[in-house]
Write a protein that binds this ligand. Structure first.
Ligand SMILES: NC(=O)c1ccc[n+]([C@@H]2O[C@H](COP(=O)([O-])OP(=O)(O)OC[C@H]3O[C@@H](n4cnc5c(N)ncnc54)[C@H](O)[C@@H]3O)[C@@H](O)[C@H]2O)c1
Ligand SMILES: *[C@@H]1O[C@H](CO)[C@@H](O)[C@H](O)[C@H]1NC(C)=O
Length: 322
């Protein structure tokens, strides 16, 4: 009907009328295809929620995990190795990192350890060359290393704030600088980044940390879009992880009113959820999985209402200085 109306308005100029009909037809076809695609994506996502979906193999993939000396990183190294991957372990703490590598070798897994401060761009780039020579092209990169000082903003000094951003944010850029080009060149690869639920909602005692984890989310979302829209159709995948509280000791004084709802997840379970998300090509997942969905619903409420709910749930972290 719209087309007919347009035709009437343009009876005088035949050529431009034809162009208009043409462009409106294209627009309508585009809209139709958009609707079909959106419905299909929704159905696919519902289907995936219930069936879980296929998991790609990681056998003989070269997986580099940062922060493998302790906590989630150490568990990731163990589980990737037991799935048949070749694991490259980076940590600033040589002793603990060596321990991880020895444990893996003892059970017959292929593991390589390197001491590295991921905040130091020069050493990241130099070490990346060494890894390429000694192990090969990294095909799965897990940016996991991070720190979490926890006190009111005005008790953070400027050195600490810079350090949080150096390790939690800028290190991701140096790791990408070192490892993304070969993934793009080989047209395959996967980058996983540890953000946090603190990268989705603000929490007291964690102002710089929250800012750093929001930054990781922005970095990953934007990079994902940049490559998705790249004409070369690059098959590199991105996964962002949003844990709440994992019992590694990183979070010194967590509290929760409803432990059955917001339980502190063991590092083993967190690592398993991370690897599953990566193998299923999910672009984001929270741990526990329900939290991102809950947050989406909360965002629909007026801020004040959401704050009342947050006060009722009463979960967070206390300052580590008191
Ligand atoms: N534990 C949690 O409750 C929780 C919640 C949300 C997000 N996260 C995120 O998960 C990631 C891992 O946390 P975790 O609980 O396993 O921490 P962790 O403290 O148990 O382990 C972190 C490891 O990273 C290493 N590391 C620290 N600085 C480094 C640097 N500059 N260079 C190289 N290695 C360095 C440490 O030596 C340590 O081995 C972090 O990014 C953290 O922010 C953790
Ligand atoms: C994940 O993405 C890769 C690269 O596009 C593809 O080869 C693989 O089949 C996908 N796997 C799953 C389980 O979706």
């Amino acid at each position: 009907m719209y087309i007919v109306v347009c035709c009437r308005n343009n009876l005088d100029s035949g050529g431009s009328m034809f162009l208009k009909v043409y462009s409106i037809t294209i627009l309508l076809l585009d809209l139709l295809s958009l609707i079909v695609k959106v419905i299909f994506a929704i159905l696919e996502s519902i289907f995936q929620t219930f069936t879980g979906g296929a998991e790609k193999s990681v056998v003989n993939e070269i997986v580099l995990v940062t922060g493998t000396g302790h906590g989630i990183g150490k568990e990731l190294a163990h589980q990737y190795a037991s799935l048949g991957a070749i694991v490259v372990c980076w940590d600033i703490n040589q002793e603990q990192n060596d321990e991880t590598v020895q444990e893996l070798r003892k059970i017959g897994c292929k593991a390589y350890g390197y001491k590295c401060d991921v905040a130091d761009r020069d050493s990241v780039l130099a070490l990346a060359l060494k890894v390429k020579e000694e192990v090969g092209d990294v095909t799965i990169l897990v940016n996991n290393a991070g720190i979490m000082p926890c006190h009111p903003l005005l008790q953070h000094n400027h050195q600490e704030i810079r350090k949080i951003f150096d390790i939690n944010v800028l290190a991701h850029f140096w790791m990408l600088e070192a490892f993304l080009p070969s993934m793009i060149q080989n047209n395959r690869g996967h980058v996983v980044a540890l953000s946090s639920m603190a990268g989705v909602m603000g929490l007291r005692n964690l102002v710089p940390y929250c800012a750093s984890k929001y930054a990781v989310r922005g970095l990953m979302d934007a990079l994902n879009e940049e490559l998705r829209e790249d004409a070369r159709q690059i098959e590199v995948k991105f996964t962002s992880i949003f844990p709440f509280i994992v019992d590694t000791g990183l979070c010194k004084k967590p509290y929760t009113r409803f432990p059955f709802l917001l339980n502190f997840v063991p590092a083993k379970k967190a690592a398993k959820a991370i690897i599953t998300a990566q193998r299923r090509n999910y672009s984001e997942v929270s741990i526990p999985g329900i939290l991102l969905h809950l947050n989406s619903v909360l965002r629909l409420l007026p801020l004040k209402a959401a704050q009342h709910l947050k006060d009722f749930i009463d979960s967070g972290v206390d300052s580590d200085t008191t």
